[in-house]
Design a protein around this ligand. Structure first.
Ligand SMILES: Nc1ncnc2c1ncn2[C@@H]1O[C@H](COP(=O)(O)OP(=O)(O)OP(=O)(O)O)[C@@H](O)[C@H]1O
Ligand SMILES: [Mg+2]
Length: 329
C-alpha cells in the first residue's frame, strides 16, 4: 500500500463520500477534508445525510437544511430526512393529482399517508436529494458527503433498485389500471429504461414520466459514483475489531457495486511511545496488532493514520489543525 494522497483526491475529484462505522470520526474527517479542499481553492459543499446531524457540532455553527457558509469556499448542508420525505411526497402528490380521476385521488392520499411511514421512505427521499445535488452541484467544484453509518449508506447506494421497489409499492393501487401497470413494468430493475414510453396510453405516460426522469437521475448518480476519475469513497475506521470487520464488508460491497474506494483513514491512532508500562502500553500493543490486521486485510488500499488528539475536535480552528494531519508526510 501507499500513503493515501488526500491532496490529490481533494484537488481532482468532484465527489467524495466519507463512510464508516458509527462514531469512528466520519464527520470530523469529512469536515477536515472539506476545509482542506476549500483551502486549496476548490468550492466545496459539505453535506450530511446522517439523521443525527453532527456537522453543526463539528463546526460549532448552525447549519440546517440550507446551504450555510462555513469558511471561504466552503458551505455546509444538513439534509433532514423527515422534511425530505414530506417534500418528496408533496411532489409526488402534485405530479400525480394532475393525471388521476377523483376516485383515484382518495386512494392516492391514503397511499401517500402509508408511504410516509413505510420503511425505506427516508432512504428514498434522501436519495432524491442526494442525486439532485450530484446531478446539479451548481457552482461547486467538489461535493463531500458525510454519510450515515455504513449499512444505511450502502443501502442508499443500491439506489435505483430500492427506489423502484418503493415506487411500485406506492403505485400498486393504481395497477388496477392495466395500462399504467404496463408502463410501471418499465420501472422494474433490469428493464431498458432508455425507451420508457413503449406502451401505455397518454395519461399513463404522463404519470410515469416524472418517475422515469427520476430514475434517469439516479442512474446518472450511480454512474458518477462508479467513475474513478470523478468520485471516491473514503472509509474512516479505528484500529478496533468491529470497525475493521464492518469496513471490510463495506469495501467488499462497494467493489461488487463497482464503486471505487479511494482509501482508508485510520483514526485515533495512539502516539508512539505512549505508556512505558501498564494499561496504555497494553492498549498500544493491541493497537499495533490491529493495525497489522488492517494492513493485511486492506493491502491494496491506500491508507493514512490520524492520531488521537488530546481533546475532541470542535470548531473551525480545531478542525483546521486536524486537517493538517491529512496531508503531513
Ligand atoms: N483523532 C481524534 N482524536 C480525538 N477525538 C476525535 C478524533 N476523531 C474524532 N474525535 C472526536 O470523536 C467524536 C466522534 O467523532 P465524529 O462525530 O466525527 O464521529 P462519526 O463517525 O461522525 O460519528 P457518527 O457515526 O455518530 O456520525 C467527536 O467528538 C470528535 O471530536
Ligand atoms: Mg457523524
Amino acid at each position: 500500500m501507499s500513503l493515501l494522497d488526500t491532496e490529490k483526491l481533494l484537488a481532482e475529484k468532484s465527489l467524495l463520500m466519507v463512510g464508516g462505522k458509527g462514531g469512528v470520526g466520519k464527520t470530523t474527517a469529512a469536515s477536515a477534508l472539506a476545509l482542506r479542499a476549500s483551502e486549496l481553492g476548490r468550492r466545496v459543499l459539505l453535506v450530511s445525510t446522517d439523521p443525527a446531524h453532527s456537522l453543526a457540532d463539528a463546526f460549532d455553527a448552525r447549519i440546517g437544511d440550507r446551504e450555510t457558509p462555513l469558511a471561504e469556499n466552503l458551505a455546509g448542508l444538513e439534509i433532514d430526512p423527515d422534511a425530505e420525505v414530506d417534500a418528496y411526497l408533496e411532489r409526488v402528490r402534485r405530479q400525480m393529482a394532475r393525471h388521476i380521476s377523483p376516485v383515484q385521488r382518495d386512494t392516492l392520499e391514503r397511499q401517500l399517508k402509508l408511504s410516509r411511514e413505510s420503511p425505506g421512505a427516508q432512504e428514498a427521499a434522501l436519495l432524491e436529494r442526494i442525486s439532485a445535488l450530484v446531478d446539479d452541484p451548481g457552482d461547486r467544484d467538489l461535493l463531500i458527503f458525510d454519510t450515515a453509518p455504513t449499512g444505511h449508506t450502502l443501502r442508499l447506494l443500491s439506489l435505483p433498485e430500492i427506489m423502484s421497489v418503493w415506487m411500485e409499492g406506492l403505485l400498486q393501487q393504481n395497477r388496477r389500471s392495466e395500462k399504467l401497470g404496463e408502463v410501471l413494468a418499465h420501472l422494474t430493475p433490469g428493464r431498458d429504461l432508455d425507451s420508457p414510453t413503449a406502451g401505455g396510453d397518454e395519461r399513463s405516460r404522463a404519470l410515469a414520466e416524472p418517475l422515469l426522469e427520476r430514475q434517469g437521475r439516479f442512474r446518472r448518480t450511480r454512474r458518477c459514483l462508479q467513475d474513478n476519475r470523478r468520485s471516491g469513497f473514503i472509509f474512516v475506521l479505528t484500529a478496533e475489531r468491529l470497525p475493521i470487520l464492518e469496513t471490510a464488508r463495506a469495501v467488499e460491497n462497494l467493489r461488487e457495486a463497482k464503486i471505487p474506494v479511494a482509501g482508508l483513514l485510520v483514526n485515533r491512532v495512539l502516539p508512539d511511545g505512549v505508556g512505558e508500562g501498564g494499561f496504555l502500553r497494553a492498549r498500544k500493543e493491541r493497537e499495533l496488532r490491529l493495525l497489522q490486521d488492517i494492513e493485511q486485510r486492506f493491502a491494496d488500499l491506500d491508507r493514512r493514520h490520524l492520531p488521537l488528539q488530546p481533546d475532541d475536535i470542535h470548531g473551525l480552528d480545531a478542525l483546521r489543525r486536524f486537517s493538517r494531519l491529512l496531508h503531513s508526510p
